[in-house]
Design a protein around this ligand. Sequence first.
Ligand code: SF4
Length: 424
Amino acid sequence: MGATKSSSSGIKKIAAAGTMRKLMADHFYELDRAVKDGHPKVAWCTSVGPAELLRAMGFLVYFPENHGAMLGATRMATETIPAANAIGYSPDICSYLTSDIGAFLQNRTPLSNAYEGIDAIPKADVLVYNTNQCRDVQDWFAWYGKRWSSPVIGVECYRGVGDVTDVHVSGIAGQIEALIPTLEEVSGTKFDIDRLREAVRLSRKCSDLWKDVLETATAKPSPLTFFDSTIHMAPAVVMRGTQSAVDYYNELLPELQARVADGVAAVEGERVRLYWDGMPIWGRLRDLATLFLELRTCVVASTYANSWIFTALDPDDPFNSMARAYTELFIVRSDRQKERYIDNMIETFGVDGLIFHDAKTCPNNTNCQHGMPERVFERLGAPSITIAGDLNDLRCYSDEQAKTQIEAFVEQLGGRVEARPRGG
Ligand code: SF4
């Protein structure tokens, strides 16, 4: 393995990124071709919707939240959100939804800038949601479904789940099975349980590798940051259930393991380790990555990137295990369960402090509003700050305020880390 290269900002480059860029290009060109040819059929799916079933039925699967993240990362969202506000979608609801619908109304997409020849997002033959994240996804899909006269079907999930029980599992599994007749009609393909088992097997394999990738960050110094993981999670998000995603993580994992073996730090001189809770601030990923680099601080783990780990998936019991995996998702759980999870992350990744992102338009993936940071501090003595912001709507985020907060927090933590007894 060659020496790790850095960008001009000092961010260490991950060599596998080249493969990922090609994979993503293939993914979008394949979808674009399918829409132009009318075959295979295209299904839209929410991020933790039943992608495995859709693949088993022969659909190409498109994830609008990934498009939402592209709108945020390119900052195109700032220009497109008002168009959705103008037709009645409040600036207070999900800014993935508003930026995506706004972009459609303005006839633009970041895909056109990234991939020559692609003029539009892929039109859906069917839209399949899971409300395990939020109701916004259902509304979002309903808007497109009406526009295109395409069926909108999905799974209505339990919320605030404590322990996941057989009642939860059978309720969700039944709803997943009930999607099959519509999917058969749209795809013209008969459901085949063996194809579903294969998609679930590949999805589980991808999830296991992604988990291993993220766990390399337990090493001190960490070989990757939260900001790296928001980029490299793309295949786990949009290609879950395919061999391509498995192949990608089989390439990325050894690269990171080699960094660990060689003591290569993602953040040179790593001094402080943080946990990020909540959504990324897509339009400021690079700025934040650079700021933390300068502060010799590594954001080693996050709830967000870990949300694509589905250890319950089991090809021998596809429907029940999909139901369990989708219901074990962090965002669906009770605060008590979420706190257990975060406690475990703090221990596992050797975290010095936490950053809670209070995302204005995503209360669903914001966990700091009901006393959680204070409870984490009481239990584990882990300090935190809360940053006001948003995933895509940069009007809700102040660069200066966030920078001041982060710098002060790291300074305080740096003192704590240095004062810690050796071996402690
Ligand atoms: S979870 Fe948040 S960001 Fe994701 S679709 Fe729902 S409201 Fe939008």
